[in-house]
Design a protein. Structure first.
Length: 207
């Protein structure tokens, strides 16, 4: 999966069909993980692009590695066709009964959940997106680790994250106004930048 060349690198579908992801590994999924995952999915708010990016970084650094083992099994159990994505039908099969209303109303709510986390706009949930919305980030992640993550985005090391830091991190992917809007979403005191305290609250306030 880490090979640069696409001719050598396994696709997501091939990786999930590998013996490492055998059906034996999908047994005995902790039911509490399933219920908590659903709760976190339901609470995941649309439009918080900076928060999603930060969570993705945390997951990439494997700061929740033990928990992610359980979530990997859960992802595999929902992804029935093993193509590396969860579509609305697969989501409905696993979680439909947890949503109130008629089947049509349940499907509508499921589509909203998928849309809220679908960073790649595929109308499906890939593995990374699943981990982002399933993980409950709270203050059990040590302050030292939070400071490490904060430092990654604080490019100029002035102890604040501002629009210039985001631009230096992500390049010219968005306008300056959009980068500032991402900052303003979580800037509590109106100074147009994010302190470490605001950063931690940004990651934990929705749970």
């Amino acid at each position: 999966m880490l090979c640069k060349s696409s001719t050598v690198r396994l696709s997501a579908k091939e990786a999930l069909n590998h013996s490492w992801f055998s059906s034996e590994n999908n047994k005995n999924i902790d039911p509490d993980i399933i219920l908590e995952s659903l709760e976190n999915m339901s609470n995941f708010l649309q439009g918080n692009n900076l928060r999603k990016t930060v969570l993705s970084y945390i997951l990439t650094r494997k700061m929740y590695e033990d928990r992610n083992d359980e979530l990997t099994k859960l992802f595999q159990s929902i992804d029935k066709d093993r193509n590396g994505f969860i579509d609305e039908a697969e989501f409905f099969e696993c979680y439909g009964n947890y949503f109130p209303g008629t089947p049509e109303e349940q499907m509508s709510q499921i589509r909203q959940v998928i849309e809220s986390v679908d960073i790649n706009h595929t109308k499906k949930i890939d593995y990374t997106e699943f981990l982002i919305m399933s993980n409950k980030l709270d203050r059990s992640l040590s302050k030292k680790k939070m400071e490490e993550v904060f430092g990654y985005f604080d490019v100029d090391k002035d102890n604040f994250i501002d629009a210039n830091d985001l631009k230096n991190t992500f390049g010219e992917k968005m306008t300056n106004a959009r980068y500032q809007a991402m900052i303003d979403e979580f800037d509590k005191n109106g100074d147009r930048k994010i302190s470490l305290e605001e950063f931690i609250e940004m990651l934990t306030k929705f749970y």
